[in-house]
Design a protein around this ligand. Structure first.
Ligand SMILES: [Zn+2]
Ligand SMILES: [Zn+2]
Length: 335
């Protein structure tokens, strides 16, 4: 899978032209744990990327990759300070992955040998020029790509650290009013991934969404064993048993079986665990607020805070409390 994608490679020509980056290929990710990889002065880091849409693996400069990530992960219409915050979060995530890159045998098989992939459910979303042209249309492409490139370039080399190490800069679409503790989602506490207040709901950005499931279909929609002990004939149906400090569902009873809300969210493709459950006849309605796991930066919240006049530094300090913004790549990427 070391073949360069024709479409994506060509797709980056415009981005590269705008960025005017020096392009010197470096050896692939060398494990230095979570210290930012440092290319020789004047050279640029490259990332290997499995492009899900084409099935190919490409090798592109880090900062060009970040343009495709920011464009795919956040609407270009968002405030520029939110786009800058997204660029820093994406750069931090990428450098951490490059630094701690496992051997090829340890990478997910879906990566086909690449350190990163373009699947947002696995790594970070990324779109090629062709995909962005389709998404934005030719009339808006140049305007949008210039805005995203500026957001990436104006934060070039900046990443977030905590305790001297690159942070796990996770983010999500919309928290619904408060972000979530990492321990509630992944079972481990992280000092800078704690619940913080968010104004996304105040700005009307926290969408309410309902998934309705027939009681008779619930067992079949979950992984084998997830609802072990469930008795569909039970009249109790589905209830939230416990909630987290941010009022998200933590555990639920599904026909008598106790299940983690995070597992049920995955099984039923619910938008979030900030849910209320209604049992109505032979149907169970799951109504959620927001979108995503809720940990780290809330993208719609970042946009809301930027509308309020916050800088990208303030936005990042809010969502990753205790982390510091540092220039981790020393080369001048604009030269
Ligand atoms: Zn991946
Ligand atoms: Zn939010």
């Amino acid at each position: 899978m070391a073949t360069r994608s024709r479409s994506s490679g060509a797709g980056l020509n415009v981005l590269v032209a705008v960025c005017a980056f020096v392009t010197v290929v470096l050896p692939a990710g060398i494990a230095v744990l979570v210290k930012a990889p440092q290319p020789p002065a004047g050279r640029e880091l490259y990332v290997s990327l499995h492009v899900q849409s084409s099935g190919s693996v490409i090798r592109i400069p880090l900062e060009d990759y970040l343009v495709g990530v920011v464009a795919a992960e956040m609407p270009a219409a968002f405030e520029v300070e939110a786009l800058k915050a997204q660029a820093v979060a994406a750069r931090t995530y990428t450098l951490r992955r490059l630094s701690a890159a496992p051997g090829p045998a340890d990478l997910p098989a879906s990566h086909r040998g690449a350190v990163l992939c373009s699947d947002p459910g696995c790594c970070q979303a990324w779109k090629s020029r062709e995909e962005l042209l389709l998404q934005w249309g030719s009339a808006d492409y140049v305007k949008n790509v210039v805005k995203v490139v500026q957001a990436v370039r104006s934060t070039a080399g900046l990443a977030l650290k905590h305790g001297g190490e690159l942070i796990d800069s996770v983010y999500h679409a919309c928290c619904g009013g408060a972000t979530e503790h990492a321990s509630e989602v992944w079972g481990r506490s992280v000092p800078y991934l704690v619940a913080v207040r968010c104004v996304c709901a105040e700005y009307g950005f926290a969408q309410v969404h309902t998934v309705s499931v027939k009681r008779s279909d619930l067992l079949a929609m979950t992984a084998p064993g997830l609802l072990q002990g469930a008795v569909p004939a039970m009249s109790g149906g589905v209830q939230v048993l416990s909630t987290t400090a941010t009022n998200r569902a933590k555990t639920l009873s599904v026909f008598g079986a106790v299940v983690k809300a995070t597992d049920l969210r995955k099984a039923l493709a619910l938008r979030s665990t900030a849910m209320t459950v209604t049992n109505s006849g032979d149907t169970v309605h799951f109504t959620t607020v927001g979108y995503g796991h809720g940990v780290g930066m809330c993208q719609w919240g970042a946009h809301a805070y930027a509308l309020r006049g916050w800088s990208f530094q303030q936005i990042l300090a809010h969502y990753y409390p205790g982390a510091t913004l540092e220039r981790v790549l020393s080369q001048n990427l604009g030269q």
